[in-house]
Design a protein around this ligand. Structure first.
Ligand code: CTP
Ligand code: CA
Length: 227
């Protein structure tokens, strides 16, 4: 399939997407991060653009080129990602949180590079919970009705059970589940959609094919909403 053959199912819609990992500093040269290449989020940004949407992609550090016609905002930490998302969320029709956001940041990060100790003592890191970006956007939705929120969940086991529970807990209409360690950095993926009606398994496919299918599924649900 090439772009021009895609039906413009999101023409006139504004779509905000997070993608990639976040990186939380330990000191100026070290940090902790999550496994995520950004490929799925970037594929979804591309598919949304092909479908006619105006797309903002808030991206953590990745090695990927910006999809054609997509506005990209680069961030590093979860707090920066949260700020960029909340700055852009007003007026968006759809929010898709694909980023692997670090759940914690280092609260005692050092301004200077930490040096190895002669006696072999190791640093003691302390953590603080990061803002939940998807939850903040979902709270905006409960006030204004927009944007339509889509979450992702990478689970290592019990995907069907955990996915359904996570959707409920996050209070979002659509959650996309995938089995994390089978998909990181790969070009294909297997996903499961969770909504009010239960769950649907999509056949394993490359990430762009899945992204296009997901965009169609989101567009269908937007149409239903505005009836
Ligand atoms: N998410 C987010 N901000 C965070 C953490 C997660 O926006 N601080 C979003 C992710 O982008 C994803 C969804 O929330 O769309 C689910 O992320 P996940 O890590 O699976 O959920 P958590 O609530 O963090 O639960 P867990 O304890 O399983 O990590
Ligand atoms: Ca998490």
């Amino acid at each position: 399939l090439i772009a021009s053959f895609q039906p413009k199912v999101l023409e006139g819609k504004r779509v905000l997407i997070t993608a990639g990992p976040t990186f939380e500093a330990i000191d100026p040269v070290r940090g902790i991060t999550n496994l995520s290449s950004g490929k799925m989020g970037y594929a979804i940004a591309r598919a949304a653009r092909e479908a006619g949407a105006e797309v903002i992609l808030v991206s953590g550090p990745t090695a990927l080129p910006t999809p054609h016609g997509v506005r990209r905002v680069n961030v590093i930490s979860a707090r920066q990602m949260s700020e960029a998302v909340m700055d852009a969320v007003h007026g968006q029709h759809v929010f898709i949180g694909v980023a692997a956001v670090a759940d914690w940041r280092v609260s005692n990060a050092s301004d200077q590079k930490m040096k190895k100790q002669a006696g072999g003592e190791t640093p003691h890191l302390e953590f603080e919970e990061n803002p939940d970006i998807l939850a903040s956007v979902a709270a905006t939705t409960s006030l204004s009705g927009w944007p339509y929120c889509v979450g992702f969940a990478a689970e290592s086991e019990n995907l069907v059970e955990y996915g359904a529970a996570k959707r409920e807990r996050k209070g979002i209409p659509l959650l996309v589940g995938n089995i994390g360690h089978h998909t990181f950095g790969q070009d294909d993926n297997q996903i499961v959609l969770f909504d009010d009606d239960g769950h649907t398994v999509l056949p394993r496919a490359d990430k762009l094919t899945l992204a296009r299918q997901l965009i169609c599924e989101i567009a269908k649900r937007l149409d239903k909403r505005s009836l």
